[in-house]
Design a protein around this ligand. Sequence first.
Ligand code: C5P
Length: 298
Amino acid sequence: MSVTVRVPAKVNLQLGVGPLRDDGYHDLVNVFHAVSLFDEVTVAEGPLAVTVEGASIEGVPAGPDNLAARAARLLAEHLGVPPEASIHIRKEIPVAGGMAGGSADAAAALLACAELWNPKLPRQTLMDLGAELGSDVPFALLGGTAVGVGRGEVLTPLPTKGEFAWVFALADGGLSTPAVYAECDRLRAAFEQEAVWPHESPALLAALAGGDAKALGAALSNDLQPAALSLMPALHRTITAGRDFGALGALVSGSGPTCAFLAADAEHAADLAAALGGAGVARAVVRAGGPVPGATVL
Ligand code: C5P
C-alpha cells in the first residue's frame, strides 16, 4: 500500500523580523500564502529511505538526512511504531529558494505516514510535530493564507477573497536560511538599526480580505529582503525588471533567492512572465495562483 500527498509552496506576503532571541530564532510576524507550485510525496511501507526526482534537484539530500525522513522518524516515535517509510519526492518547488520546499516535503511525509500508520490522528498533532521539524512545516499542512507568530509556527488563518496571480523568478543557486537571518542581524548592527517588534500590516490584511491585488501589491513587505540582496546582489536587477514590466508588487520570497511578482490577473501574469523570461534576469520563470489548500492526500 502507498499514499501520495500533494503539498504547495509558500510565498511570504509580509515577513516582519523582530530581534534575535536567546534560542537563536527571531520572533516573526509572518503572513504565509500557499501557491500552486506543488511537490508530490509518495510513501510506501518498506525500509526508511528517501529518493528525489525533478528537473533541478541539486543539493536535495536523499536518504536519512532529508527532512522528510526526519518527519517519518518523528511520527513513528510519537506513535510507537517502526519507521517503515519508503519515501519518494517529486519536486516542482524550487530548491533552497525561499518557498519552503523542504518544509513542504516534511509536512507531506507526516501526512502520508499518518495515513499509513494512524489515519485518525488529528491534524493538530501533525502540526505540533511539524513545528519541531521546522518553523514553516505547520503552514504547509494548513495552506491557504495565514499569519504565523512566534517562530512563525503559531498560525491563524486569514480571510481572503478570490485568487491572486503570481509570477516567480527562480535564481541560479540557493540561499541558506540561517545565513540570510545572520546577514539581517549583521546589517542591523552595522547600520545601528534597532530591530523593532513586528506588527501585522492593516493595509495588507484589508487588501487580502477585499481581494484587491493593487492594494496587496503595495502592501507586500519582507524584512529579510535587504539581507538576501546583500548576499546575492544580482537579485536587484530581477526585482527592478519586474517593477519596470508593471508588476503590482515585487519582493524576495522569504529568505530568497526566488523573487515574487504580483500580477493583476492571469493574463497580466502571462505577459509579465514572458517579459521577465526574455530579460535574462532569472534561471526560470513560473506562474502560480494562490491561495491553495495545504498538504492533501491524493
Ligand atoms: O525553523 P527552521 O529550521 O526552518 O529555521 C531555519 C533557520 O532559520 C534557523 O536555524 C534560524 O537561523 C532561522 N530562523 C530564525 N527565526 C525564525 C525562523 C528561522 O532565525 N523565526
